[in-house]
Write a new protein. Structure first.
Length: 187
């Protein structure tokens, strides 16, 4: 019984010695970053930059599943030291990061709160993140997915007997566009 317990403890210790992150983050930093308490860790704020949930990340983005510590940023799948002059093309260093707009998405749901400092593709300056993870002018997004083109009811086709209605959204990260709904035409 004691042998089985010692083997189980050894397996848990070995399998939990390296967190699923890169950039030298400790288990304590990782636990704080995901909002978990961990025995033996201090109560300092998290130092990691966690991306959005995987289901909303572009499938080809090399940084989509990379976790970098707060003093680094992900560039082409690698954590590199962060400074205001080291951001990739079209990105800028922001001290209060928010959600980024991917090409083809105009209404990205984003919590009204600051994220950690990082290089960011800023939508309000006309940029969007393409499927390769690059920050490009919205005009260079693939045809048909350009948020700078027609929006709202101008880009919506309703069935015969229906009309388009635009619903304004509370805008946290511009540009924000109305949500469209097709409703029956009342006689």
């Amino acid at each position: 019984m004691k042998t089985a317990l010692l083997i189980a403890i050894a397996v848990v210790s070995v399998s939990s010695s390296t967190p699923p992150v890169s950039g030298g983050m400790s288990w304590c930093d990782y636990a704080r970053a995901v909002g978990r308490d961990m025995t033996g860790c201090s109560n300092e704020p998290p130092v990691s930059i966690l991306p959005a949930p995987p289901q909303i990340l572009p499938a080809i983005n090399p940084c989509a599943k990379i976790f970098c510590i707060a003093t680094t940023t992900c560039v082409n799948g690698q954590c590199v030291p962060l400074s205001s002059g080291s951001c990739p093309a079209n990105e800028e260093f922001v001290s209060c990061s928010t959600c980024e707009t991917p090409c083809g998405k105009s209404n990205v749901a984003c919590p009204l709160m600051c994220g950690p400092p990082k290089c960011e593709c800023v939508a309000s300056k006309g940029f969007a993140r393409d499927s390769n993870g690059r920050c490009v002018p919205q005009s260079q997004c693939p045809a048909g997915n350009n948020p700078g083109k027609s929006v709202g009811c101008a880009a919506t086709t309703c069935l015969t007997g229906q009309r388009c209605v635009e619903e304004q959204v509370q805008c946290y990260v511009p540009p924000c566009y109305p949500i469209t709904t097709c409703v029956p035409i009342s006689g």
